[in-house]
Design a protein around this ligand. Sequence first.
Ligand code: ADP
Length: 353
Amino acid sequence: MASVELRGLTKRYGNTAVVDNVSLQIEHGHLVCLLGPSGCGKTTTLRLIAGFVEPSEGEIRVGDKLISSPAHTVPPERRQMSMIFQSYALWPHMTVAENIVYGLKLRKIDRATIGQKLDAILATTKLAALAERYPGELSGGQQQRVALARALIVEPETLLLDEPLSNLDANLREEMRFEVRRLHDEYRYTTVYVTHDQSEAMTTADLIAVMNLGKIEQAGSPEDIYDRPQSEFVARFIGSSNVIKGRGLDATHIDFAGVPLQCVGATIVAGANTPVSIRPHDIALSAAPPQQFENVVPATVVRQVFLGGSRDYMVEAKDGTQLRVVTAAEANIPQGSSVWLHLPSGRCRALAS
Ligand code: ADP
């Protein structure tokens, strides 16, 4: 096992940098998710790490070994990495056991050792009862586990996963997220996991690198990314925040719809148009004026929907800004009502403008 480091990594196709000056330190034994919308450069970054693509600029190191730079690229088969593709790529004419040991046979490992390793991996991936079946006789989730077992049995230094759960239906996908994390906790391979699904990233990752337009917008723990987004893109992409805008009053306040709003996060510049994020469930909504006066904004209910466990409101402040607010299901305030919003200062996060 080893750490993986990307330094100023850039890949251009023609004049377009699809991976643009990406730097990331992936600690030994950690699982890092590259998370972002389709086309933001996740798969290209993964293929650069695997060695299928050569960088235009920058370098990749595993431990203290340089494995990729514009001048020098170690071929994929000499990187001690296992990659799992969306399609799993299982051999249809081989049984589960034969598929799993294929990589070990290529490495000319003796039969007894292969047998021991196979038994161990069949047990941890819960495939022992299916060892003699063919891929066509397995469910999607079982095929996924075979792909994982086949990647893990060769004991790679690094495991690379490209949207590994995207072919599964929603329920199974949720279950397999926990399975991926459980196997990671057991084997602790340094893992890079590509996904566009934020819940998948939150469940599996030690570190999430949020990508947009070829760049890493922010890298941090799931808590960091969710609670302390630094840009409008991250705030909206992770957990769909409201992003309101106002004029900076001083280092910690903006003017929002005529109300001085105290914020945390980035230092606010007086006079600058400043975006501030706040989560829908962090806003308190009341039909009567609240006790406190600070960070209280009058608004009107535009619409509301009963969702069983909660109620989802769209409200509009005096300046026309619309905000989503999620409340307890009992808080039933009709459309058109005047309401007061309390935006707790610790939850109003000023973003880079
Ligand atoms: P993601 O995995 O985030 O969906 P990709 O890394 O697959 O994104 O692609 C990023 C961008 O690079 C896309 O706009 C894609 O069309 C472009 N791209 C990827 N591979 C090539 C290639 N071989 N030639 C030209 N453009 C490419």
